[in-house]
Design a protein around this ligand. Structure first.
Ligand SMILES: Nc1ncnc2c1ncn2[C@@H]1O[C@H](COP(=O)(O)OP(=O)(O)OP(=O)(O)O)[C@@H](O)[C@H]1O
Ligand SMILES: [Mg+2]
Length: 373
């Protein structure tokens, strides 16, 4: 068999290489997850053996990337760790086997050979997983969609084992990179073009800006004119690939019924509708809910959020629920000063002041989004 062995410990790497080569197998090695990923694309091994704790990209991240890339999804990954508890809890979904160090090499070889035999006979499909797309939208501009999308994505990304990407579909005025204080990199238009032209050869990672938390951000096109070429097929391609690669894809969908917005709202697994206590916004929300219904967006996917960009004594959450005929499970506290400071510092409120009531509300939103309905 052709093996790829990734471990940052040089002596273990050498020992494994020597052992397997003496038994007639071909072995490539890598010092960390990133190097392993490059080797893997070049050599297409039968199986990847990989340490969990490695610099740059951990074994978990590597396994997830392998599993979620169409070009590599069928290559089995075996993780090994001296801390089996953590490897077990989070590796179960995407690793084909999990072993504890120290490794017994004779047993390891037998396990690998029999695993490859079972896979070849079709008895053991490699695990497949799909992430969740959550669209955040509203019927009117200025209601806090981008603010909520940024905080939601960040709150989701604070979970150590989750990979999260925030996608800015406000193609003309995208604010996400600014709200998260990251320099924009390649935009939505460029990634879509690469996905269409290069297919499996496209490396989405090159297009993301990275936040300190690990959150990835795909910004809007640099030139709004480029947004005009983005159509339904492109957005479908984009969301399918993002979902294959990441646990959560949070999309900022500004008001309007253009192709990119409608495609996202109809394909998302969750749709957060932001509602503010203001009469014209409420009337428009009725229209938006009607349209979503006519597009057969499952009611269960909808999650209405009452956001107090303006504080209102009259239009309370209960009254708005009555007017819309729809339950609103969550409300976000009003605080002009805090949200203003968040925008000017590029630090979303969940990061700026995690104990503030508005941050707790936004963290609760992340919990609701991550819970199956
Ligand atoms: N709960 C809140 N309390 C106070 N201010 C808020 C709250 N939520 C959002 N804001 C403020 O409301 C303004 C609009 O927010 P944001 O830009 O996120 O909305 P948007 O719907 O994305 O707007 P646009 O249509 O321009 O894209 C911002 O100044 C933001 O700081
Ligand atoms: Mg916005």
């Amino acid at each position: 068999m052709r093996l790829l062995i990734a471990d940052d410990n040089a002596s273990l790497r050498k020992q494994l290489k020597r052992y397997f080569e003496m038994r007639g197998h071909q072995v490539e090695t890598a010092r960390d997850g990133v190097e392993a990923w490059h080797q893997l694309r070049r050599h297409e091994p039968d199986v990847v053996l990989c340490d969990v704790v490695m610099p740059h990209m951990t074994g978990h991240e590597l396994a997830r990337t392998v599993r979620r890339n169409p070009a590599t999804e069928n290559i089995p990954v075996v993780l090994f760790s001296s801390h089996p508890e953590s490897a077990l809890t989070s590796g179960r979904d995407y690793a084909d086997d999990i072993l504890t160090k120290p490794l017994d090499l004779d047993i390891l070889e037998v396990r690998l050979v029999s695993m490859l035999k079972r896979i070849a006979e079709g008895r053991e499909p490699t695990p497949q997983i799909q992430g969740q797309v959550t669209a955040v939208t509203s019927a009117k501009g200025g209601t806090g969609v981008s603010t909520i999308a940024a905080n939601l994505a960040l709150a989701l990304a604070m979970h150590p084992d989750r990979s999260v990407v925030a996608v800015d579909l406000d193609l003309e005025y995208g604010d996400l990179p600014m709200l998260l204080d990251v320099p924009p990199r390649g935009g939505t238009d460029q990634l879509i073009r690469s996905l269409v032209l290069d297919g499996d050869g496209c490396a989405p990672e090159d297009f993301f800006a990275r936040h300190d938390s690990g959150l990835r951000i795909l910004g809007a096109p640099r030139d709004p004119v480029d947004a005009l070429h983005i159509d339904e097929t492109g957005v479908n391609h984009l969301l399918a690939r993002m979902r294959a690669l990441h646990d959560h894809v949070v999309v900022d969908v500004p008001p309007g019924f253009g192709d990119p917005a409608l495609t996202t709202l109809t394909t998302a697994q969750r749709v957060v509708v932001v509602v503010v206590p203001e009469v014209t916004a409420l009337r428009r929300t009725l229209t938006l809910l009607d349209i979503l219904r006519s597009l057969e967006v499952d009611e269960g996917k909808l999650l209405l959020v009452y956001n107090q960009t303006v504080a209102s004594d009259q239009l309370t959450r209960e009254r708005v629920e009555g007017f819309l005929g729809h339950r609103i499970p969550l409300e976000i506290a009003h605080d002009l000063e805090l949200f203003h400071r968040a925008t000017t510092t590029g630090r979303p409120v969940v990061q700026l002041d995690p104990l503030h009531p508005a941050s707790r509300d936004l963290t609760r939103l992340a919990e609701l989004v991550a819970t199956p309905y």
